[in-house]
Write a protein that binds this ligand. Structure first.
Ligand code: FAD
Length: 404
């Protein structure tokens, strides 16, 4: 009998979890598993704000995919997916094409700029390892340049963060720890540095417990962050941003603008003709693309509505990994032609938002946490993600053990 071809696109949380679970569930003779990813390494997306601020080296946030896959069962291809042709059951890569019987789409997220002028061209976004490295280098270059310039441009030392959601706040938490180091390294008066967070919504971290939000804001303000809430970015220019609050329009000159206020699914989905909302496919209860019994979608490319709130679940690593686990089980059912497909029910254990390496806020198992306790919990969560994919050896290699 011909073995079915299972092709998994993307080795982020969703795709890699699907792969490592599936390789455990099925035997060598049951299917050909192929994993495709742009790079030969996996990165912890949830740690990228640290690499971007420069508080954690970029090599700490990534590891070789070869370390966690069973090469007897999984063939790895380093390539970029350009298009999916679902009716021909084919995937087009930059350097070739693949045929599949079952496909898993786990291509992750891209920055969503909501059409705001200039953001794509002039703002950075915390999107992957290389983008994080560029942000770190760019900020450092601004600081290094400042002192050697004849005519000092104070705006070089202004950093604007667009968005006070989860990513924006976590990035600010790292920045406020990194800036004093940079000031020492480059002989810069800390009073010259401005860190400004611009958020269009009426509150920081919408949806988070208000008491914890207040704690986060006061901690960040104490370390120098200026919040401009209820203020929308209208345009980004080579010199900074233009914001508006009601009728008041203001220009803020800034050497660095980081956009952290929105994500969408991979543009490959739209280009492939799938019906999407912000490039995310609304999946059926078994995580399949509507109309295609052979295509699963996991992670930030999948859209699932929370029945209780009637709103989509936010795209998180926590959900991506749970989807990967279920997707592997459902694939095994289809490959074997026996058993029943299971439907997806997210089990949200909590959310912890870091405020630097030694502070955080969160709600875990319904309990509110802040300060060192929350920060400890954050590291437990980070290590658990490594454990679920690569076991204790990966935790030993890449884990976070400096707790306070
Ligand atoms: P990703 O992890 O983004 O992986 C996608 C993979 O596909 C990557 O390896 C990429 O290289 C590859 N790829 C992309 N396009 C192509 C292509 N065309 N061809 C080949 N390969 C491709 N979530 C939480 O639960 N908790 C947190 O604390 C948290 N913190 C976050 C902090 C930051 C700074 C950010 C940016 C996100 C955070 N998130 C957090 C969200 C979380 O990171 C995402 O929800 C999660 O990464 C989604 O997983 P994924 O598998 O869908 O995609």
């Amino acid at each position: 009998v011909r073995k079915p071809n299972v092709v998994i696109l993307g080795a982020g949380y969703g795709g890699l979890m699907t792969t490592v679970r599936l390789q455990k569930l099925i035997g060598v003779n049951e299917a050909n598993i192929t994993l495709v990813n742009k790079h030969d390494y996996h990165y912890e997306t949830t740690w990228l704000h640290e690499a971007s601020a420069g508080t954690l080296h970029h090599d700490r946030v990534r590891y070789p995919i070869a370390d966690v896959i069973d090469r007897n069962k999984v063939k790895f291809i380093k390539d970029t997916v350009t298009k999916i042709a679902p009716n021909e059951k084919k995937v087009l890569l930059e350097n070739g094409e693949l045929e599949y019987d079952y496909l898993v789409i786990a291509l992750g997220f891209e920055s969503e700029t909501f059409g705001i002028k200039g953001l794509k061209e002039y703002a950075f976004s915390i999107a992957n390892v290389n983008a994080a490295r560029q942000i770190r280098e760019h900020i450092e270059y601004q600081f290094a340049t400042y002192n050697v310039e004849e005519e000092k441009k104070d705006e070089r030392l202004t950093i604007v963060v667009g968005g006070a959601g989860f990513t924006g706040i976590e990035f600010l938490g790292e920045l406020v720890n990194r800036i004093p180091e940079l000031c020492r390294e480059y002989d810069i008066d800390p009073n010259k540095v401005r860190i400004i967070c611009v958020e269009a919504a009426p509150t920081v971290l919408p949806g988070f417990d208000p008491e914890l939000v207040e704690y986060a804001v006061s901690q960040l303000e104490r370390k120098g962050v200026e919040f401009k809430i209820g203020t929308a970015i209208k345009e980004c220019t080579p010199d900074g941003i233009i914001v508006a609050k009601g009728d008041e329009v203001e220009e803020i000159k800034a050497g660095t603008v980081v956009w952290a206020a929105g994500v969408r699914g991979s543009s490959v989905l739209e280009q492939s003709g799938f019906e999407t909302m912000r490039s995310r496919i609304k999946v059926d209860p078994f995580l399949r693309a509507p109309g295609y019994e052979d295509i699963f979608v996991v992670g930030d490319c999948a859209l699932i509505i929370n029945e209780e709130t009637n709103r989509p679940y936010p795209p998180t690593a926590q959900i991506a990994m749970q989807e990967g686990q279920l997707c592997a089980k459902n694939l095994a059912v289809l490959i074997r032609g026996q058993g029943e497909l299971e439907s997806f029910k997210p089990d949200i254990k909590g959310t912890v938002c870091s405020l630097g390496h030694d502070d955080a806020i969160g709600v875990v198992f319904g309990k509110k946490l802040w300060g060192t306790k929350a920060s400890f919990m954050k590291k437990v969560i980070d290590n658990r993600a490594l454990y679920l994919i690569g076991g204790s050896s990966l935790v030993m290699k890449k884990g976070k053990f400096k707790f306070f």
